[in-house]
Design a protein around this ligand. Structure first.
Ligand SMILES: CC(C)(COP(=O)(O)OP(=O)(O)OC[C@H]1O[C@@H](n2cnc3c(N)ncnc32)[C@H](O)[C@@H]1OP(=O)(O)O)[C@@H](O)C(=O)NCCC(=O)NCCS
Length: 339
């Protein structure tokens, strides 16, 4: 990504309910380039009114929950100072979403109230996104800000709007010393990579028996604590039928100065997951050294991380740590003595 002078025609601000119609226009024009939109709403061109009605409903719900969502927009002076790009950030992960079913009841037996959607794809998408969020990001708990939606109207692209919206979130995350997470579309992925997000792995969305499928990427931008730690996890071989060893080494990193630093601070390997088709996942993130050294207990990020290895009962946790070098040795295994 090149460095461009700021486009002075663009301005960033928090959206209000007065922006709702313009936001719906951004969504209707911008999201068709994200394959998931066509996947969920293949009949949107045939039923544009249904599509708009429910888009308005969806964004109204975000705007009505300012304690959970920040809807940040970019306006353009060459568009009558109306929105040309939108982003929806989950700023309070622990709070549940309070919203309608957007015209598609969870129960397939119930009547779908919109004609633009494929309800089977809609439900599958919702389920897989929730699963992916859980799989890739639950370890961060409330220490994250999550980007749910990002789009720029096609006529206003490549002027830095998407980048500015992402930087808003990165800045907020940095101020709160938390990380930034997103489940990315192909177009989004390119942008996030330019902003030093790292790829935690990809997952598919596909209804059984159908050829059509989507691929999305789980991406994180590590938090930028003043003291961060590099954690390297090497998933070692099985040392007995009942025991495996996981080696984790860590070292402090220099102080991170802004939202663009600190990438690739943690390598992680997962060997097994029941909810993804990807077998070669890796991700990056950083945790504060302090957290690791002082909170090596059941609630520590390290333990939460280890609990991701669903197939390995954890019998022994932190067996050795060296605060001088910041190196840990973890031994986890199946119960000794066999099953
Ligand atoms: C992804 C998306 C939001 C990016 O929006 P955008 O406003 O065009 O983003 P930016 O302008 O900041 O960056 C896009 C490109 O423009 C370039 N750019 C940024 N500022 C620029 C400027 N002033 N002049 C020229 N080019 C510029 C960037 O370098 C980047 O180029 P690259 O893709 O070759 O790296 C937009 O493509 C979109 O709406 N896609 C469909 C919806 C979607 O997939 N959303 C992501 C969901 S996860």
């Amino acid at each position: 990504m090149g460095e461009f002078p700021p486009d002075t025609r663009l301005a960033l601000r928090t959206a209000t309910s007065a922006d709702l119609e313009d936001i719906a226009t951004v969504a209707q024009e911008g999201f068709p380039d994200d394959p998931e939109f066509n996947y969920r709403f293949p009949y949107r061109e045939k039923y544009p009114d249904d599509n708009r009605k429910w888009i308005l409903q969806e964004y109204r719900e975000y705007l009505e929950q300012p304690d959970k969502y920040e809807v940040i927009i970019i306006t353009a002076s060459d568009n009558d100072d109306k929105a040309v790009a939108l982003s929806v950030w989950d700023i309070s992960i622990s709070k549940a979403h309070r919203g309608s079913d957007l015209g598609i009841p969870d129960n397939p037996e119930e009547q779908c109230r919109r004609r633009d959607a494929n309800p089977i794809h809609f439900r599958k998408f919702k389920d897989r996104m929730n699963e992916a969020f859980e799989l890739y990001f639950s370890e961060y708990g409330t220490d994250q800000i999550h980007l749910w939606l990002l789009a720029t109207r096609p006529a206003f692209r490549r002027r830095g709007a998407g980048t500015r919206l992402c930087r808003w979130g990165l800045e907020r995350a940095s101020q709160n010393s938390i990380c930034t997470t997103v489940l990315a579309s192909p177009m989004g992925k390119c942008l996030y990579e330019e902003l030093s997000f790292t790829d935690c792995g990809s997952f598919d969305i596909q209804v059984e028996g159908e050829a059509e499928k989507l691929q999305l990427w789980a991406m994180t931008h590590p938090k930028t604590d003043s003291v961060a730690a590099v954690v390297q996890v090497e998933y070692s071989s099985i040392i007995s039928p009942y025991q495996r060893t996981i080696h984790i080494s860590m070292a402090s990193t220099p102080q991170a100065t802004d939202g663009r630093t600190g990438s690739k601070t943690r390598q992680r390997q997962k060997t097994h997951s029941t909810t993804t088709t990807d077998t070669s996942q890796s991700s990056t993130a950083s945790y504060s050294l302090d957290k690791y050294l002082n909170k090596a207990n059941d609630r520590s990020p390290l333990t939460r991380y280890l609990s991701d290895f669903e197939d390995i009962p954890i019998t022994e946790r932190l067996s050795q740590s060296d605060q001088q070098t910041g190196r840990f040795h973890i031994t986890d295994g199946y119960p000794r003595g066999g099953q």
